[in-house]
Design a protein around this ligand. Structure first.
Ligand SMILES: Nc1ncnc2c1ncn2[C@@H]1O[C@H](COP(=O)(O)OP(=O)(O)OP(=O)(O)O)[C@@H](O)[C@H]1O
Length: 235
């Protein structure tokens, strides 16, 4: 059974000029077809600009304005391209995208970890906090932050922020995590920490990891999927 199934997915940019051959569209991604079985870690790789980040955004219905997807995207049984916005919002709590640059809100470390959880899960505050703390432990950050949980998250190092962003996702207990270049902004030591965290998730979660670092993907993943440039683009 697949957690994610993509068939003939293309993403294109609407062009102001209509032409006979591309019907007014500039292809950016695909066509791509692949599947991510439940519980597996799959790596998506390809050169810069091939559309890896755009693909991840398409999977959870978060394409920017002006970009259109065609084909079939099924994530956790949801037909993403033919779904109401409310259903997509619900899906994004079960299949969570962790972006390349970890976004920190002007709040404390624990407040940042609770962000998302607070909006999605109805439970007493102490239970939510317990989940957030467990998620910080799961990414190996607990010992580094336990004495300053209310300190601004902006005080964290880049690597710690990346792990906090992962903890924020894990606190939701999602079935699927989509990771966009999880270590590309990090120095070697922080990258090794994040990689170790990802290794520890193996077997417990379904992960789709985007990276240009194929050696890293070989270490982390059960199998790899190449993404190719669209044939009819000048990218
Ligand atoms: N909002 C947008 N509007 C128009 N074009 C876009 C937009 N977002 C991305 N693109 C284009 O889509 C293509 C794919 O970009 P994307 O960022 O997905 O590539 P990538 O493989 O993730 O690259 P990198 O490895 O450098 O992060 C690029 O040609 C990019 O310029």
């Amino acid at each position: 059974m697949n957690a994610i199934a993509i068939r003939d997915l293309t993403v294109s940019k609407r062009s102001p000029k209509r032409t006979k051959d591309n019907k007014g569209r500039h292809p950016l991604v695909g066509p791509a077809s692949f599947a991510v079985p439940h519980g597996e870690v799959i790596g998506l790789y390809g050169p810069s600009g091939v559309g890896k980040s755009t693909m991840l955004r398409a999977l959870v219905g978060l394409l920017p304005d002006g970009l259109d997807a065609e084909g079939v995207i099924r994530v956790l049984g949801v037909d993403v391209l033919r779904q109401r916005p409310s259903a997509l919002a619900e899906l994004r709590t079960r299949a969570v995208l962790v972006p390349q640059i970890a976004v920190m809100f002007p709040d404390g470390i624990i407040g940042n970890t609770l962000f998302g959880l607070r909006h999605v899960v109805r439970a007493p505050a102490n239970q939510l906090r317990k989940r957030a703390e467990e998620a910080l432990a799961e990414v190996g950050l607990w010992d580094e932050v336990r004495d300053r949980l209310n300190a601004p998250a902006a005080e964290l190092s880049v690597g710690q922020r990346q792990r906090l962003a992962l903890a924020r996702a894990l606190a939701l207990d999602p079935e699927v995590i989509l990771l966009d270049e999880p270590t590309s902004a990090l120095d070697e030591a922080s990258a090794a920490e994040v990689e170790e965290t990802l290794q520890s998730l193996r077997g417990h979660r379904t992960l789709l990891v985007v990276s240009h670092d194929i050696e890293q993907l070989k270490r982390l993943c059960d199998s790899l999927v190449p993404l190719h440039r669209p044939t009819s683009t000048s990218n």
